[in-house]
Design a protein around this ligand. Structure first.
Ligand code: SAH
Ligand code: SF4
Ligand code: F3S
Length: 475
């Protein structure tokens, strides 16, 4: 199975590599606009891209009409994600007509999946760059400026952008994302990520810790360690041969300061070990929250999906999490209507959702992606109507579970990291507790606070998505 995966990735690697010489770049006074789609990894990559472009003299703008270059950092995970990007590209037609010389670049997973096909299909695209080739962006921009279409979709076994300090885009100044690894070796049958992001590789621990320390010194109070599969983080120091695994990395980041919260995303259930759970338990600033994507509650479907665990194994894993940390929130990703899924499989999914009591889930109808194992081996045989009906049932159950979980919190006092004003009223603060739940509470004059402060809040009311309370003390 892995052979097939490797082969495909190697084929991608031999794809349309950019091999032009790295001409001097003249970005001074030029402005770029970047829009990101998809997962947090893509948003985090956009911050690396901004840093690369800034150091070549390009400034960023939030106004696309002011831009000399427009970048879309794209996602391929479901067909709809790609449709959204295509629609957006056609919207740039008018801008291109009004501003000759305006360049449009497609970055990220769709660039990697479609490569130079993007240039043919959409006559609007000048630059196509995959997730491991962002260092060559300045040279590719120069190439495109001279009228040649520029493509680099080479995947790498080493690239982690470890030495690049991300420029924090749209940051609230309180929480930031730190990429710790790239790529994925898991080859879940439905998933395009191993093809668009390449082989898994970890970033060195020293640069990760340094980035987290810098963030803390700049006033950030929360870091989320990011990767497609963070629990398989594994770094071997090339000089000392010293090994750092994910549990050790978590402890190192947690040791920066007890007032720096540490989160991580995403965990594949197969890799989250007791060692990681103990590291969480022993460090109160590692948040009590694990995103543990289930995908399906049926062992038969899980096997077809190549998820490598069974229904019983997953149930035992959630039980273990709650044994070690009774107050740990668990969330999930669920796919409705994967190939051959029948009513019993669907009921098995609903059953595990209930048993796990998820605080939150991201829920999707299965969307076949070209090139994946599922597309090659199985028929997408659940009708759109059935997928939608099952998805609606999954969503409705999750809504109930989220409300039940919030109701269990009524009467408790919870520590909240303030992120800013509540959306609805500037008389209220909004923040999150360790479990990742949104908490809203009234500002009071006798306790002046600001974003980035911690406050203890007594929970008095709740909705499905929010806890509402009053401040009892701050520290
Ligand atoms: N690396 C992460 C997942 C990244 S993709 C992990 O393993 O947890 C995020 C989610 O999108 C997946 O967990 C899955 O639920 C969903 N997804 C992936 N491919 C999909 C597809 N072809 N159709 C529908 N949902 C999909
Ligand atoms: Fe995709 Fe599976 Fe890798 Fe997650 S673990 S990115 S779902 S292949
Ligand atoms: Fe999408 Fe690529 Fe992330 S496919 S979900 S942007 S890794």
């Amino acid at each position: 199975m892995f052979e097939a995966g490797n082969k495909t990735i190697d084929e991608i690697r031999q794809g349309e590599a950019y091999s032009g010489d790295l001409a001097a770049v003249s970005g001074i006074n030029k402005k770029f606009f970047i829009e990101s789609y998809g997962c947090q990894m893509n948003f985090s990559d956009s911050e690396i891209i901004a840093s690369i472009l800034n150091s070549e003299g390009f400034g960023s703008t939030r106004n696309e009409e002011e831009a000399d270059i427009i970048f879309l950092n794209t996602c391929s995970i479901r067909e709809k994600a790609e449709q959204t990007v295509r629609k957006r590209l056609t919207e740039f037609k008018k801008l291109k007509r009004a501003k000759p010389g305006l360049l449009v670049g497609v970055l990220g997973c769709m660039a990697e999946r479609l490569k130079s096909k993007l240039l043919e299909e959409e006559k609007l695209v000048d630059i196509v760059v995959g997730p491991d080739a962002y260092r060559t962006l300045p040279a590719l921009i120069d190439e495109a400026k001279s009228g040649t279409k520029a493509v680099n979709v080479l995947l790498s076994r080493e690239e982690t952008y470890a030495d690049i300090s991300p420029v924090r885009l749209n940051s609230n100044g309180v929480s930031a994302f730190v990429s710790i690894m790239r790529g994925c070796n898991n080859m879940c049958a439905f998933c395009v990520v191993p093809f668009t992001r390449g082989r898994e590789r970890s970033r060195d621990d020293v640069s990760i810790i340094q980035e987290c320390k810098n963030l803390f010194e700049e006033g950030y109070k929360e870091v989320t360690l990011l990767g497609q599969n963070v629990d398989s983080y594994y770094w071997v120091d090339p000089i000392t041969n010293h090994i750092v695994d994910f549990a050790m990395l978590l402890e190192k980041v947690a040791a920066i300061s007890p007032t720096l919260r540490v989160r991580f995303s995403t965990s594949h259930p197969k890799d989250i070990t007791d060692k990681v759970l103990f590291a969480m338990r022993d460090n109160p600033n590692i948040c009590r929250y694990i995103h543990l994507p289930l995908q399906s509650g049926s062992t038969r479907v899980l096997q077809l999906m190549n998820r490598t665990y069974t229904r019983e194994w997953y149930i035992a894993k959630v039980k273990r999490i709650k044994e070690i940390m009774p107050d740990c929130a668990v969330s999930s990703d669920i796919i409705a209507g994967f190939c051959t899924e029948d009513e019993q499989d669907h009921l098995d999914t609903l059953d595990i959702m209930r048993r796990s009591g998820y605080e939150y889930s991201y829920m999707f109808a299965y969307s076949e992606r070209p090139g994946t194992l599922a597309a090659k081996r199985y028929t997408d045989d659940v009708s759109a109507e059935v997928k939608q009906r099952r998805l609606a049932e999954i969503i409705s159950l999750q809504n109930e579970l989220s409300l039940e979980s919030n109701k269990r919190d009524l009467g408790i006092t919870t520590e909240v990291l303030i992120e800013g004003d509540s959306k609805k009223s500037s008389n209220h603060w909004m923040g999150r507790n360790s479990q990742g739940k949104v908490v809203v509470f009234e500002k009071i004059k006798s306790m002046p606070l600001q974003k980035g402060d911690y406050a203890f809040v007594l929970v008095k009311e709740c909705t499905q998505g929010t806890l509402l309370g009053t401040i009892v003390e701050n520290n």
